[in-house]
Write a protein that binds this ligand. Structure first.
Ligand SMILES: Cc1ncc(COP(=O)(O)O)c(C=O)c1O
Length: 405
């Protein structure tokens, strides 16, 4: 994951992204990334030339598709530096991955009296699955506070963690504030009390990447559509020994060893967790997306987005009524509010200017409550973003402030 050729070529590769017309400033990449031509081509070929099911067919086309599908799994494993592709489960996205861990590992290993630690900035998909588990098991959920600039406060986490804690589940990069977790320290803190750690890598995979062996975490999850890949596909990575011991999630075809009315046995991981016909072509698209992102280089992408964040924060902080959230070194995300203006109005006026931002609670209502706001406006960058996007955003915000006096 190094910036090989990236420093010498521009990252703003608009031509690769057919759904970004000239004059449109897409600043909602944290919600979902636009798709490069290579991903669209992989999907088109997957359905239009190579299509067949996987794992079942005895005919050549199906065998080839199985090879391609498993090659995508290997690509994800390499991307995360997993020890083996057997540690990678294809899921619909991060939301399904976290629910899977909660309902399998969680149900099998947690009981009343156990505690888990989340943080104040988590996305609802890293809160609600644990609350569902709480209803079924009686576990307690603790919430780690944030530092003043919007990082997860790991000193506080250290003070809060006890041997009763069995799991820590944290965002690697915040979808609202862009703050980057010190994932290695968080992992060391969790392991020091004997807890497992799950990292929600949704925003991290397209910005800073993840090396699960280096971090040392136990579970890592992400969604393909935030990594310039298709929707409906994502990955759960878990340490082999954990995944191997986890009971199934959903039952059905493909996840079994043998079925009889006297009793059914399960396939080994990862197939045990992939009941039903999978999102075959989604996996091929994800493969193409990872190739594309790594071809540019995550270090270069991160540096590019840091520069755009710095420019945006500098310009917005010069406007009196704008309040900025999150740390200065946010990974590609700038959340802000304008005094006396609802974020939806900001979003609507910016849309008239051809600038697409997100306005809302960003599926992080506990964080909004902490900020004492119903919502924020959020601009988020990607490979294709450039200074013209920042200029258009700033012009649009100046117009908002003129309109609202
Ligand atoms: C940090 C974070 N976690 C989880 C999710 C959920 O991802 P998905 O809706 O693709 O499952 C998102 C999506 O916004 C996110 O940003």
């Amino acid at each position: 994951m190094t910036a090989t050729m990236a420093e010498t070529r521009p990252l703003s590769r608009r031509d690769d992204f057919p759904a970004i017309p000239d004059g449109w400033h897409y600043l909602d990449t944290a919600a979902t990334a636009q798709k490069p031509r290579v991903v669209i081509d992989a999907i088109e070929l997957g359905y239009g030339r190579d299509y067949a099911t996987v794992h079942r067919g005895v005919y050549r086309r199906s065998a080839d598709m199985t090879i391609a599908y498993e090659a995508a799994r290997q690509r994800v494993a390499r991307f995360l530096n997993a020890r083996s592709s057997d540690e990678v489960v294809f899921v619909r996205g991060a939301t399904e991955a976290i629910n899977l861990v909660a309902q399998t590992w969680g149900l099998a290993n947690l009981k009343a009296g156990d505690r888990i630690l989340l943080s104040l900035l988590e996305h609802h998909s890293n809160i609600v699955p644990w609350q569902l588990l709480q209803e079924r098991t009686g576990i307690a959920i603790d919430v780690c506070p944030l530092t003043a600039d919007g990082n997860i406060d790991l000193d506080a986490a250290e003070a809060m963690l006890t041997p009763q804690h069995k799991l820590v589940a944290l965002a690697h990069v915040s979808n609202v504030l862009g703050s980057v977790l010190d994932a290695k320290r968080a992992t060391a803190l969790a392991h020091a009390v004997g807890a497992k750690i799950l990292l929600d890598g949704c925003q991290a995979v397209a910005r800073i990447g993840a090396d699960v062996q280096d971090i040392g975490c136990d579970f890592y999850v992400f969604s393909g559509h935030k990594l310039y890949g298709p929707t409906g596909i994502g990955a759960l990575w878990a340490k082999g020994e954990l995944l191997g011991a986890m009971p199934p999630y959903q039952g059905g075809g493909s996840m079994i060893d043998r079925v009889s009315f006297a009793g059914t046995t399960w396939a080994p991981a990862p197939q045990r967790f992939e009941a039903g016909t999978p999102h075959i072509v989604g996996a091929l698209g994800l493969h193409a997306a990872i190739d594309y992102v790594e071809g540019i280089g995550l270090a270069a992408i991160h540096a590019h987005e840091l520069a755009l964040v710095a420019k945006t924060r500098e310009a917005l902080s010069a406007i009196n009524s704008v309040q900025l959230f999150g740390p200065a070194d946010s990974a590609g995300i700038v959340s802000f509010a304008i005094e006396g203006v609802h974020p939806h109005d900001i979003g609507t006026i910016l849309d008239e200017e051809g600038v697409a931002i997100r306005a809302g609670h960003h599926c992080a209502q506990p964080l909004m409550e902490h900020l004492d706001l119903p919502a924020t406006a959020r601009a988020s960058f990607g490979i294709y973003s450039d200074e013209a996007d920042v200029d258009a955003l700033v012009r649009g915000i100046e117009r908002v402030t003129r309109i609202f006096g």
